[in-house]
Design a protein around this ligand. Structure first.
Ligand SMILES: [Zn+2]
Length: 1019
């Protein structure tokens, strides 16, 4: 996020740069609001008192006006949603958008100067009537009106007459030791607010059921809510499903509900006329207080929500025990269709998205209720340190799920067939770990302690939530329940109702545990290093191991003698306990640089097998190298397991996946064979696929293989990743009764992915270098004679650079390529630019291509496959593309093509060139649900005209236009050119081809390789 204007440069400095002691501002609100449920508007009057507890005199207040985030396309919210590929807000209608207006800030009936932030319409400033000196306060009033946006965009909204009223009122930004924290509203990125009191009166039609922050003050309404909660046969609940979820008409009479609450930093409310109500309570033994718990849910979700109030109870109970007692009198969970994830938290109230599964509902409710602690009470800066709320909360949630559902598969793992996951139960921790590894194994993870807008949407989940939870679980396993709980309780007691910074939490955890926790806060929360610990040798009681940790890292070691477990002990890798590091002669404890072999003395003299992290509780990125034996032939290896089809990576051994596949092509006929591979979830550092097939038609062994090594733990400012690979393939190119032809291809490659910093930047850059060796063989065997084999070999080198912006709104590609062989060098440039014109990503796609030979050895050395072409059949020079029948000229298989070079859809023989070529292509999706598109192409090639007067150099131009179906863009398409330019018409007449001969299809099977799927997923 760019905050060039509103934030002082001081913000960039860490907080310890300031000598001033901790302080905290206070804001106390009184708001009267009326809901207009016809126009979906809020009409309100607000008064807030701002108390300056800092040592700085303030002359301006920065104020959040977040309903304006939904105003237009210029807001940070819309820009972020565009970047995430969610185009709903971008293409929203005026009726769907939202805003805040009618503001008139006054103090003591004097109008105040105020205005909008120059970049962000959802941030404002107010000039104070007189500078606010330390220790004083100012009271400001304003009316305001909010147009409630459609609920599909983010958190504030309505779905018809279901209202989610959040981030809805003018609200001063936080001023802390770092300065002002004015921030535009974002979907991916949360909040930071001052604590204070709220006194909110809500006026709305009398038949609305309302859930809100704070204590309800109206006795009559409390009685009504109680009666709803008691009524198990609530009429609305017994209506047929379809009817029950309709909105009843709003009462003409209105009611005014008043809610009051101290020591909270936000106020949200939810109103729905259909809500069913359940009520319970939970007793907190430590503080001897009772918390009233509520759930409000729609009739449609009645089945799964009927018992949900118990989940609220359990969550309040467990978080109170593990973190600190819930300080408020009530806790509510509300059923709502929301677009910001599975649920969303506000003080004392949470809103939960749709789910059909009881355990999933328990998990989401627990997570959102848990935010009362990590967000509500411990009011950290969520925008800059999202791990402090989402990550810490996810850890307690993990602990809760482990306790409540021992031995059960994770919610994410439910519904996935068992054979897909492997034979073990994939528990909550395992699932988070494997998910975290999706990007971590590709070096595409990010340090959890980044500001929210720097994360990719996937990494916001995988690193902020999951990695932090895993790191905390590592710490939890190391410290044990008692010490860990002591740390957490101390953190809660010292920072409740305050704004803790990462360093504040670390200080307490290090103080209470007595441990150096650099590995937690620097290495894993502050960094993205992938740590691999491996056991290398066990001799007597001496264990050698390697660790790529940067500093000290505690790891548990478990030993066995035969099948008897001897015990588990924690060692701190990097620390030289009583051994030596192989390249240093020091003997004292201190961090040792990565990948040094270290040795330590085990407390057991008789261990014959040792495993590091046998319980799977640490941040080790790969546990398959963690076991070592003292004797036997393969001391470190376990035999790989053969697994049919697919399975998640196993923690203790490598797996080889096998499947039997049928295949067909026009030359080799029907084929059958075995695909062996090690590719699985999560991605592997070295990936290989071996697919030998027997072709029954050509009676040959065909198929392919590849191996790629990904240098995906590199730490570089230049490269994100380096991939080195070798692939090979053979297939037939002709087969009839006395001639068989085939090709063999071998291709080494190295790809460099340039560093994106931050990874959320839209452009990615790749440089690729590869060689292609092609051998074409023809075996000619007339009946009753010997076979003659002729061969031709070709070698190519290719260097390319690809810059790609894959944002849905306007994706772009720029790709220059240089290709050479012995006889020539040629260069090309391909440009692609598309523009989405609606929320369903219907596009206008433009493409330009120019290519030219730069050098030729001279005269006739360029074959037809090597020459440029405006249009291509089922062929390509480097045999990169898969075709049903390579080289087929007619029939169904002859209609397959690939959009390369000139990328014309019409087949024709002209348009080839051994010097240069240029083309432009356009495709325009029609705005229907069927994927129909119009297209047009133009191309130009040089042309030599020979007449009696000699030859003249000129050019020839070609055009085409038509319609097609792009079922899967660039992968599965069919095209019908209905207009072609004159030269093509002439050729068609001469060759006696008809209009229907122009119909061709794209089926780019090579782009759908399932073994590359995970590798190519967006980070
Ligand atoms: Zn959360």
């Amino acid at each position: 996020m760019t905050m060039k204007f509103s934030l002082p440069t001081l913000l960039a400095l860490p907080s310890f740069a300031f000598a001033q002691p901790y302080f905290q501002q206070q804001v106390d609100y009184t708001i009267d609001v009326r809901l207009d449920d016809v126009g979906h508007m809020l009409h309100a009057q607000e008064r807030f008192t701002y108390t300056n507890n800092s040592t700085t005199t303030l002359d301006t207040l920065w104020i959040h006006l977040w309903p304006n985030a939904y105003r237009d396309r210029t807001t940070a919210l819309c820009e972020q949603l565009d970047r995430m590929g969610d185009l709903d807000l971008h293409f929203a209608t005026e009726a769907e958008r939202g805003w805040i207006d009618s503001l008139d800030f006054q103090s003591n009936d004097v109008k105040l100067a105020w205005g909008y932030h120059p970049e962000h319409p959802d941030i404002g400033w107010i000039k104070l009537p007189t500078p606010l000196v330390p220790g004083t306060s100012v009271t400001i009033t304003t009316p305001f009106r909010v147009k409630i946006p459609d609920g599909k965009f983010s958190r504030l909204g309505h779905t018809e007459q279901a209202y989610y009223i959040t981030q809805w009122y003018p609200k001063p930004a936080v001023f802390d030791a770092q300065g002002w924290h004015a921030m535009p509203y974002l979907t991916l990125g949360e909040f930071y607010s001052e604590f204070g009191s709220f006194d909110v009166s809500i006026t709305l039609p009398a038949n609305y059921v309302v859930g809100a922050t704070g204590e309800l003050q109206n006795a009559e309404e409390r009685a009504w809510m109680d009666s709803l909660a008691m009524d198990r046969s609530a009429q609305r609940g017994s209506l047929p499903m379809a009817k029950a979820n309709d909105f009843p008409p709003s009462d003409a009479a209105t009611k005014t509900l008043r809610y009051r609450q101290d020591r909270v930093h936000d106020f949200a409310w939810f109103a729905d006329k259909r809500f069913l109500v359940r009520r319970s309570s939970v007793f907190l033994p430590r503080s001897e207080r009772t918390v009233n718990t509520w759930v409000l849910f729609t009739p449609r979700n009645r089945l799964v929500w009927e018992e949900a109030v118990n989940y609220v109870n359990e969550a309040v109970k467990h978080y109170s025990e593990w973190v600190g007692d819930y300080p408020y009198s009530a806790c509510t969970a509300v059923d709502g269709t929301i677009s910001a994830g599975g649920g969303m938290e506000y003080p004392m109230i949470t809103v939960i998205g749709n789910t059909d599964d009881a355990m999933a509902l328990d998990e989401v409710i627990t997570h959102e209720v848990g935010h009362n602690w990590f967000y509500g009470i411990l009011g950290s800066n969520e925008r800059d340190h999202a791990w402090m709320d989402e990550g810490m909360n996810s850890f307690v949630e993990l602990r809760y799920m482990r306790k409540r559902y021992p031995g059960q598969p994770a919610v994410l793992a439910q519904g996935i067939p068992q054979f897909f996951l492997g034979q073990d139960v994939v528990g909550h921790r395992d699932m988070s770990e494997q998910a975290f590894r999706l990007n971590a194994r590709r070096n595409l993870d990010q340090p959890p302690n980044l500001t929210s807008d720097d994360f990719t949407p996937t990494n916001y989940g995988l690193d902020v939530y999951m990695k932090t939870a895993l790191v905390m679980d590592h710490l939890f396993a190391y410290l044990g329940d008692e010490t860990f709980d002591r740390c957490m309780h101390a953190y809660y007691d010292e920072w409740k109702f305050k704004h803790p910074q990462p360093g504040d939490m670390r200080t307490i955890f290090e103080r209470e545990s007595g441990k150096d926790l650099s590995w937690v806060f620097d290495e894993f929360i502050g960094g993205d290093r992938k740590v691999d610990v491996r056991a290398s040798r066990l001799k007597g009681n001496r264990l050698s191991y390697k660790s790529s940790a940067n500093g000290l890292l505690p790891m548990p070691i478990t030993a066995w003698n035969g099948t008897d477990s001897i015990g588990t002990t924690w060692l701190t890798t990097g620390e030289i306990i009583r051994g030596h590091s192989s390249d240093r002669n020091s003997g004292y404890s201190r961090p040792v640089r990565s990948h040094h072999r270290m040795e330590l003395e085990l407390p057991w003299p008789n261990a014959d097998r040792v495993r590091i992290d046998a319980g799977n509780r640490t941040m080790d990125i790969d546990r398959r190298n963690n076991t070592v034996r003292s004797n036997g032939l393969f001391k470190r290896c376990t035999t790989p397991k053969f697994v049919p089809f697919f399975g998640l990576e196993q923690q203790d051994r490598h797996s080889i996946y096998y499947s039997v596949v049928p295949a067909w092509n026009g030359h080799d006929g029907f084929q059958a064979g075995l695909v062996l591979r090690n590719t699985t979830f999560p991605p592997q550092r070295t990936e290989w696929v071996f697919a030998p097939l027997y072709a029954f038609g050509s009676e040959r062994l065909v198929g392919g293989a590849r191996i790629d090594h990904h240098f995906d733990r590199i730490r570089s400012n230049v490269f994100q990743n380096i991939h080195v690979g070798l692939s090979g393939r053979t297939a037939g190119t002709l087969h009839d009764h006395d001639v068989t032809a085939w090709y063999e291809k071998l291709s080494p490659s190295v790809l460099f992915d340039l560093k994106r910093d931050p990874l959320s930047k839209p452009w990615q850059h790749r440089i690729g270098l590869r060689g292609v060796y092609l051998r074409n063989s023809v075996e000619y065997q007339p009946e009753g004679t010997y076979a003659y084999i002729s061969r031709s070999d070709e070698y190519y080198g290719e260097l390319f650079y690809r810059a790609e912006d894959s944002r849905k709104l306007h994706p772009s590609v720029v790709q220059p390529t240089i290709t050479s062989t012995y006889d020539w060098v040629r260069a090309s440039l391909e440009l692609k630019q598309a523009f989405a014109y609606n929320a369903r990503s219907k596009q206008l796609r433009l493409r330009g291509f120019v290519g030219s030979f730069l050098w030729e050895r001279g005269g006739g050395r360029i074959s037809s496959l090597q020459a440029w072409g405006l249009t291509w059949g089922p062929e390509d020079m480097l045999y990169d593309q898969a075709y049903f029948e390579r080289g087929a000229a007619e029939g169904f298989t002859g209609r397959q093509f690939n959009k390369q070079q000139g990328a014309f859809k019409t087949p024709f023989a002209q348009g080839g060139s051994d010097s240069w070529i240029a083309s432009a292509n356009m495709e325009l999706d029609l705005p229907f649900s069927l994927p129909i598109a119009l297209f047009a192409s133009a191309g130009i090639v040089p042309r030599t005209t020979i007449t009696v007067d000699g030859s003249t150099e000129g050019t020839a131009t070609y055009f085409e236009a038509g319609v097609g179906i792009a079922a899967i863009r660039d992968v599965l398409e069919i095209w019908f050119p209905f207009y072609v330019s004159e030269r093509i018409v002439e050729e068609e007449d001469f060759a006696e081809r008809t209009v229907t001969d122009r119909i061709r299809f794209v089926f780019a099977l090579e782009k759908m390789d399932p073994t590359k799927l995970l590798r190519n997923l967006k980070p």
